[in-house]
Design a binder for this molecule. Structure first.
Ligand SMILES: NC(=O)C1=CN([C@@H]2O[C@H](COP(=O)(O)OP(=O)(O)OC[C@H]3O[C@@H](n4cnc5c(N)ncnc54)[C@H](OP(=O)(O)O)[C@@H]3O)[C@@H](O)[C@H]2O)C=CC1
Ligand SMILES: O=C(O)C1=N[C@H](C(=O)O)C[C@H](O)C1
Length: 269
């Protein structure tokens, strides 16, 4: 059976991945932490709080990357790109959930996908991937007159804004109604902004406490409004999606795949 490795296994998502891999009895053969981390040697399961796994966390290296067939990465952009180089060198497939990538960083992922199979998605949950379709229907019906706003809320530790999911929702809506998000997005408002331009797509970001991840697409017209919302109540939902993607990826050729493809939703209209 295909073996799985986790980069950044001490992170919030890293620990969720270890927990779900154990629940699903998947062959987790490597779990790494950054070079020099005090956590090297600690049992991955004990750190994740799911009981001993007899799998010590190790410092990331090419030799470690050789120990698993498919690697899952929920770290940070720079770290992920360094991990990607190791995966390319070892010819290992990767599932990447990291958000906040610059265009240049995303281009590096695209380039690597010409050598290894990669799934990249800003949200691995089934619900959000379905929502990406539902908002397109709403946009086609209401988008010519309604004001469109995307509201997201996350925990205080999140480093990027707006969330990768919010941007994906914005792109999905823009595509459905023939707008270019880079031209019509408004990422914040302050002062005398003037009346709202109906052609814009607005984003609002909330950060606080331990909110796992909430997203709402709001279609606000005169007299009525439609809200399509998703709320994650547990990181395991993302981890389950990522591990599903890892198992799916073992049968794929080199290329860059989306979670829509993993879930069989790519052709949904
Ligand atoms: N696609 C999806 O479904 C989801 C995506 N995400 C995304 O996943 C990413 C991680 O989120 P989260 O788990 O909350 O983050 P955490 O901060 O909890 O974990 C980040 C991990 O990356 C490691 N890391 C950070 N910087 C470096 C570096 N320079 N070199 C090596 N390792 C590094 C950390 O190690 P250390 O502790 O040593 O710093 C840690 O293991 C974010 O981009 C987030 O948006 C999150 C949830 C779902
Ligand atoms: O950082 C997080 O926590 C999350 N990040 C992802 C994003 O930026 O969209 C997905 C999820 O909402 C949790």
């Amino acid at each position: 059976m295909t073996s799985i490795g986790i980069f950044g296994a001490n992170g919030r998502m890293g620990r969720a991945l270890v927990t779900v891999a154990k629940e699903q009895q998947l062959p987790l053969t490597a779990a790494t932490v950054r070079a020099g981390s005090d956590l090297a040697g600690t049992d991955a399961g004990e750190l994740a709080g799911c009981g001993k796994l007899q799998l010590p966390l190790t410092e990331t290296s090419l030799a470690e990357v050789e120990k698993a067939d498919i690697w899952v990465d929920f770290t940070m952009p720079e770290a992920m790109l360094a991990h990607l180089q190791l995966a390319v060198a070892a010819k290992k497939a990767m599932v990447i959930g990291v958000t906040g990538l610059t265009d240049t960083q995303y281009a590096e992922v695209q380039a690597a996908s010409r050598i290894i199979p990669i799934v990249w998605a800003p949200n691995m949950s089934v619900g959000v991937n379905l929502l990406l379709h539902l908002v397109q229907t709403a946009a086609r019906v209401m988008g010519q007159t309604a004001d469109i706003e995307i509201i997201e809320a996350h925990h205080r530790f999140k480093k990027d804004a707006p969330s990768g999911t919010a941007l994906a929702i914005g792109n999905s809506i823009a595509k459905a109604i023939g707008r270019d998000l880079s031209q019509c997005a408004v990422y914040g408002r302050e002062g005398i902004t003037g009346e709202r331009d109906q052609q814009t797509i607005g984003f609002a970001t909330v950060r606080g406490g331990d909110i796992i991840g909430d997203h709402t697409a709001l279609f606000a017209d005169l007299g009525e409004r439609l809200e399509i919302s998703h709320k994650a109540s547990n990181r395991n939902t993302f981890a389950q999606g990522a591990l599903r993607a890892a198992l799916w990826l073992k049968n794929q050729q080199v290329g860059l795949y989306s979670m829509q493809q993993v879930l069989g939703l790519a052709d949904l209209t």
